[in-house]
Write a protein of this length. Structure first.
Length: 143
């Protein structure tokens, strides 16, 4: 496995995983930590929203289908709160309408389970570049 090169975004940002499947919540953080990321896992959208991690998250890996608040609902809630967290959706559902809705609302990627380590790493790095670009724009505006 290729180790993630520490960059400005990864030093500031956290990768949060929200999935109701316990095996995903255990395996994805382990893999992402091997790539060099700081990771937190949550069993529900509500647990994530109630945490102190929302404002530190630079990439959100989010399951589409969860009991209670589903992935697309969390995406809408974050937008409603003005949180611009890049989202990588993960799902076993092949519904093209879900995929289109996620992308129309700003998703960075939409990975079908099972996905490769390489695909996940590429998606997370893209999301963190999005975060880094936003941070640079904020810093430029403040100068």
């Amino acid at each position: 496995m290729q180790r993630h090169q520490e960059g400005r975004a990864s030093e500031r940002a956290l990768v949060s995983v929200v999935d109701d499947d316990e095996s995903v919540r255990e395996s994805l953080p382990d893999l992402l930590k091997e790539f060099g990321f700081e990771v937190r896992a949550f069993s529900s959208a509500q647990e994530f929203l109630a945490s102190d991690c929302v404002n530190r998250t630079g990439c959100l890996i989010l399951d589409i289908a969860m009991p209670g608040m589903a992935g697309l609902d969390l995406q809408r809630e974050l937008q409603h709160q003005g949180k611009k967290i890049p989202i990588v959706f993960i799902t076993a559902q092949t519904d093209g309408a879900l995929r289109a809705t996620a992308f129309e609302a700003g998703a960075v990627d939409f990975l079908l389970k099972p996905f490769s380590d390489t695909a996940l790493l590429a998606s997370v790095e893209t999301a963190l570049r999005t975060t880094e670009d936003a941070l640079c724009r904020i810093q430029i505006c403040r100068i």
